[in-house]
Design a protein. Structure first.
Length: 246
């Protein structure tokens, strides 16, 4: 990664982390015009273009069942249901984001249609649970996180991304699709390698930039050939040295 890009990513993610950490108590915001209560140590989508372009491009169809495995504040799951999804499962591994998602689902009268769970992404699902649509905003940057807030943006050697792609096919209906936001703050080549290795093709739905060089894109992923979800997926790690950026 060249120095100007690294400096822009440092500024971008540092600003996000500082903005989140300045709130020690819950606070009211507008998310795309909707009153929303953010909790401390919870990712606020207003602070990151990547979150907003995914929110604007969820690709929901009426009656969809939706999985949001990196839910943060719960906004993607909530907006998916407001856009016509029948129900959504929202998962986060940290306590404050789970409480935030549950609270906002309750105050918006959506608790019966949004199942908020605490766990490590796909590990919080039952083996037979399947969905029409997966919306995912995984951590981008292949670095070791040093705090809860950093863990929302950093993924050591892209381990979370690898685990996600290795298992998501079992939870996607045969004709299902995914909308995923990713960035060149991480390794885009590796992202596309994992997608293809696990049987998915991708197309770009939307793009945004931070400064001049940081690119964020929303992709739609669908199965290449499979008509039934695989029993298991094997992911081959490549370019490990390129991921060990510190």
């Amino acid at each position: 990664m060249d120095t100007p890009l690294k400096l822009q990513i440092d500024e971008w993610q540092g600003t996000i982390a500082h903005s989140i950490e300045q709130h020690p108590v819950p606070y009211l915001v507008k998310v795309r015009g909707l009153d929303y209560v953010m909790f401390p140590e919870t990712f606020n989508p207003n602070y990151a273009k990547a979150s907003l372009i995914l929110l604007d491009n969820l690709g929901v169809r009426p009656g969809d069942t939706v999985l949001d495995p990196f839910t943060g504040s719960g906004a993607d799951a909530i907006f998916a249901v407001l856009a016509g999804a029948a129900r959504a499962v929202a998962i986060d591994k940290f306590t404050m984001p789970v409480l935030c998602a549950k609270y906002n689902a309750y105050r918006l009268g959506l608790s019966d249609r949004i199942d908020v769970r605490q766990g490590d992404a796909l590990a919080a699902l039952q083996p037979d649970e399947q969905f029409d649509l997966v919306v995912a905003n995984p951590p981008f940057r292949p670095m070791n996180p040093e705090s809860t807030v950093q863990a929302m943006m950093r993924d050591s050697a892209h381990a979370t991304l690898r685990n996600f792609f290795a298992g998501v096919g079992r939870h996607l209906r045969p004709d299902g699709r995914m909308r995923i936001v990713f960035s060149n703050a991480g390794n885009l080549d590796y992202f596309h390698h994992l997608a293809k290795e696990c049987g998915f093709s991708s197309s770009t739905v939307a793009q945004a930039r931070y400064a001049s060089d940081v690119i964020m894109e929303v992709y739609e992923l669908t199965r290449i050939h499979a008509t039934t979800p695989p029993a298991a997926a094997t992911v081959v790690d490549v370019d490990t040295d390129r991921l060990a950026e510190r």
